[in-house]
Design a protein around this ligand. Structure first.
Ligand SMILES: [Zn+2]
Ligand SMILES: [Zn+2]
Length: 360
């Protein structure tokens, strides 16, 4: 008899999971109000892991059913090659969240990149998507061993290596990320996507094959692939900053190390950037004044990414151009009529033509 009861409970549990909707259906305003009402302290973090997942859709549904009740919000990609997650959760649920990771063999003991500046509104919903790849890299994975990656270095090791004469430090992020913050003396490629970036870096380094190459990115995931690819292409001394800028900053603070990162760290959530040092390494795209405020054009149909100082934000009403400012000045119904069918054509307001080298 107890056995049957046990089975019934299990069946009920399964149905409870199935009946609960596995997607969010609330609009943005409702979600913001919900977060305000919640008023709980939240922790923002990211994690990633390359692994072989046989049924990504099943794994995705499992994560949603476990994380939704914990109040997890964020953007998570699952694919046959692993998981890449940026999320926030009520700090009080950290233990339960950790347990949910420990319940999965290949996620047990995984390093969590905790955000530098906590923001209670980093994410508004829980979105878990099944994708072909967890990072779009345009690489043919079957042509090389993705697990044969570069040597991982800690913040202290990175600092020592970065100051050695025979080292090249390379920013593996897109130009709009490295523009507002980067390591001293790093090569800053001009690419706008990771896909382009890998090719550009391979080309930039072709005459420096034997130097110590140190790659870095936001949380480390892009360097896993890029370092394995460069090794496959015959670069013998490839290193990567473990846990990326996020983990570097944490270790620098914890161990009282010299901070070699200048400016703000671009992040992929509502905040767009978190400050690491007081240096301002970029300028307003409109007036050229020193500034590193990353923002999207206030015209949602444009949404172009830009650096805009408070003065220009004020005169241009938070938009990128007179066209967008004029559009925003129209009555709402006219905006709506005009907006239908239009799509933004570019991602950033200003893009460099070539790679550059950051100041020492
Ligand atoms: Zn300005
Ligand atoms: Zn615009």
């Amino acid at each position: 008899m107890p056995r049957i009861v046990h089975h019934l409970a299990a069946v009920r549990r399964i149905f409870a999971v199935v009946e609960r909707p596995l997607h969010n259906r609330l609009d943005r305003n409702t979600l913001e109000r919900k977060l305000d009402r919640e008023g709980r302290e939240r922790t923002t973090l990211s994690l990633y892991q390359y692994a072989h997942i046989r049924n990504p859709q099943f794994f995705r549904d499992h994560l949603f059913s476990v994380w939704q009740p914990l109040g997890v919000l964020g953007r998570i990609y699952v694919s046959a090659e692993g998981i890449n997650a940026q999320l926030s959760l009520p700090t009080a649920h950290m233990d339960a969240f950790q347990q949910s990771l420990d319940d999965v063999d290949w996620l047990r003991g995984i390093r969590l990149n905790i955000a530098i500046e906590g923001d209670d509104k980093s994410f508004l919903k829980l979105i878990i998507k099944v994708r072909n790849k967890i990072v779009a890299d345009g690489l043919d994975d079957s042509s090389f061993d993705v697990t044969d990656c570069g040597q991982h270095v800690s913040a202290a090791e990175f600092n020592a290596l970065a100051q050695a004469p025979d080292t090249v430090v390379v920013d593996m992020r897109n130009h709009y990320e490295s523009e507002v913050g980067h390591f001293k003396g790093a090569i800053l490629p001009a690419a706008e996507t990771f896909r382009e970036e890998i090719r550009e870096v391979e080309d930039l380094l072709k005459d420096q094959r034997d130097r110590n190459i140190v790659l870095y990115c936001t949380g480390g995931i892009r360097c896993e692939k890029a370092s394995a690819y460069l090794k496959h292409k015959g670069f013998p001394n490839v290193h990567q900053l473990e846990g990326g800028i996020i983990e570097y900053v944490r270790q620098v603070k914890e161990q009282g190390l010299d901070n070699r990162f200048r400016g703000v760290n671009f992040v992929f959530d509502e905040r767009l950037a978190e400050r690491v040092s007081e240096d301002v390494v970029s300028e307003c795209h409109h007036c050229g004044a020193p500034n590193d405020t990353v923002t999207n054009c206030a015209n949602a149909a444009c949404n172009v990414l830009m650096v805009q100082c408070p003065k220009c934000a004020n005169t241009m009403n938070g938009t990128c151009s007179t066209d967008c400012a004029d559009f925003m000045a129209l009555p709402a119904d006219q905006q709506k009529a005009k907006r239908s069918g239009t799509r933004p054509t570019r991602r950033t307001l200003r893009a460099p033509n070539t790679a550059r080298k950051a100041d020492l």
